[in-house]
Design a protein. Structure first.
Length: 133
């Protein structure tokens, strides 16, 4: 069962969960960014928000997707989206910008600049991250 903070109206997993308490709109995170990035984000959001028990919230610099724990973070940069997700093993390949070990799992980053880069493989990685956490 989720809880909504009365101050920032952010939906959280548990009562009085520690969080960055400020109202940040998704639109404000895309101000001054390439318009294609909004389309890319919308496609990711449309896919991931439909998965079971996903909560979406914002911080001053990114959009956070939570199941039981954070499984996906999207940070809009000027010319790309930095897409961070988790895996059980280190990932390699053309999609992966960076993969580092962190607390028994691996933190992976992909940089996406256009909607044609949203491949089944990328969504597969995101889905495995959702399953992992």
């Amino acid at each position: 069962m989720s809880w909504i903070c009365p101050k920032c109206e952010r939906e959280l997993k548990s009562l009085n969960q520690i969080h960055y308490c400020a109202k940040i709109s998704i639109d404000s995170l895309f101000e001054g960014k390439d318009k294609e990035l909004v389309l890319v984000f919308d496609k990711i959001l449309a896919e991931v928000a439909g998965w079971d028990s996903v909560l979406v919230s914002t911080t001053p610099h990114c959009i956070v997707f939570v199941r039981r724990y954070t499984f996906l973070v999207i940070r809009p940069m000027k010319k790309y989206l930095d897409v961070k997700f988790y895996s059980e093993t280190m990932l390699h390949g053309n999609l992966i910008f960076k993969s580092t070990g962190n607390e028994g799992k691996f933190e992976n980053h992909i940089r996406v600049t256009a909607s044609d880069e949203l491949t089944p493989q990328l969504f597969g990685h995101l889905y495995k991250s959702w399953q992992l956490l």
